[in-house]
Design a protein around this ligand. Structure first.
Ligand SMILES: [Zn+2]
Length: 92
């Protein structure tokens, strides 16, 4: 089973968390076109490699946080607060 590092509780089993999908997705402005809204709502990257995701420690502290996770190895390269900027991951 994959384990995730909650920034506040430490390393816990995956089944304590709920995935919120891709993080750092910019919401379009009110004057955005229907196509821009459609892209925002329905299209996400599905990389083979490092993916920035948001997770909630639903059966723990209940807080949301971000991780940088490799989608093939499930290695978590970084865990950080929702208000933090994404980490620089050189060479990953
Ligand atoms: Zn937690």
């Amino acid at each position: 089973m994959m384990q995730l590092p909650c920034p506040w509780c430490g390393l816990r089993d995956e089944n304590e968390f709920v995935c919120g999908g891709t993080t750092h997705v910019a919401r379009p402005g009110l004057s955005a076109s229907d196509a821009d809204w459609g892209h925002y709502l329905f299209f996400r990257d599905n990389p083979k490699g490092v993916h920035l995701e948001r997770w909630r420690h639903a059966w723990g502290c209940g807080l949301w946080f971000n991780i940088a996770r490799h989608t093939v190895t499930h290695e978590v390269l970084s865990a950080y607060a929702m208000t933090d900027a994404p980490p620089r991951l050189d060479g990953g």
